[in-house]
Ligand binder design. Sequence first.
Ligand code: SAH
Ligand code: F3S
Length: 481
Amino acid sequence: MEKTIDETKQGTTLKLENSVQNGRKLFIESYGCAMNFSDSEIVASILAKEGFNTTQTLADADLVLVNTCSIRDKAEQTIRKRLTEYNAAKKLRPHLKVGVLGCMAERLKDKLLDEEKIVDMVVGPDAYKDLPNLIKEVDSGRDAVNVILSKDETYGDIAPVRLNSNGVTAFVSITRGCDNMCTFCVVPFTRGRERSRDPQSILAEIATLWDKGFKEITLLGQNVDSYLWYGGGLKKGFEKATKMQKATAVRFARLLEMVAQAHPKMRIRFSTSNPQDMTLDVIETMAKFDNICNHVHLPVQSGSNRILKEMNRLHTIEEYFELVDNIRKIIPDCSISQDIIVGFPTETEEDHQDTLKALDYVKYDFGYMYAYSERPGTMAGRKMEDDVPAPVKKRRLSEIIALQREHCRFRTEKHLGKIQEVLIEGTSKKSENEWMGRNSQSTVVVFPKENYKVGDFVNIKINDCTSATLIGEAVGYSDNN
Ligand code: SAH
Ligand code: F3S
């Protein structure tokens, strides 16, 4: 199943669209979640103002920044290897500086500088505005660190520079951090307290994207359903808000509505939804606006109530099923995707069977499945033994993936014979002569190019499918152009 991703393979070099040259070149590489890719665009914007241009060629770089992921051990190992390679490159080019950004910077702090001596600069996810100062420190021969987490930094005032962009789809961050404390998850430690961004700055960013010709945005947050703006954005500060602020607070459903109304022809997606925080008014808002895509990414993690409890997921599997039923009642053709962790500490064969049963119940359109990886500092890492043997995790993971693959096919087959609106994002990976785009449900669709172009909304008749891809032919432009 192609959508089973391994974060460590997502590292890519990003190309800066436009900047004022200062003669120095930045090579920036991102790993992990969409938020990291989005953050790299913020970093590029901050450094463009300092005159840095970007390069996709390491040999041309004066500064290498690696935006890192700590979510699983394997991601960290891959990035460490990369950092060692960059460090080795310094032997040939002594002026080259290497900085680590993102979650590993936060988690390992100055360990990478002091003990391992493989980088010059360590910058946590809330400290990117300090990069110009930190670079000056490094230029004058000192190491530089800023890993201070913030209660209010949302980078709301920074217009991201779109990197490696197809000019059609873009990410827009709406919240940062997470207050949920799932016991397996390192994110609350690396990205700090949950805070929401001012809706006006979100709308302004989307308006700029629209003016530049972008056609689809994805609103990003670790937990978009707990978006909350009341004049301030810190979730924990809401209790102290005034009566008036409470009465006029903007929650996620309202934000979605504001965005959908502001740009009726812009496609809107969002990720990630947390089952315990998702409310039905979000689904009702999706149903009300044609331009909000019919897809919900709804991580379940496990089908066993005992394991869900151990994970501190604050819902039962029955409550999760009820939410799924309600989503499908309100939007019958809504696609639903999952994240699942197998082999969480104490997971028994029976728990695993419960997860397979949950898959059978929902029959997800697609999903992202992982073997549990113990993260130091998390509650599970401190209190629970990582006691499911690796071969057992591996076998359970392959059973889950195999069943999900069947469901992927079951879902893609349901699109056969239909005519669906697709936004063209680029050339298909498999054929130069075909376009690739996605339908509302976020399923990939490929079809012959004819005279259509990137950014067109096209009606596609779906003739065939694999488990992950729909194959079709264009029958004309959709009304949305
Ligand atoms: N709410 C976040 C979740 C971030 S982590 C979001 O925006 O998607 C993404 C997924 O990685 C989680 O849903 C979980 O399935 C997986 N994951 C997190 N910590 C993990 C760990 N310690 N081991 C294995 N998988 C993990
Ligand atoms: Fe992690 Fe749970 Fe938040 S998975 S990002 S602690 S919702």
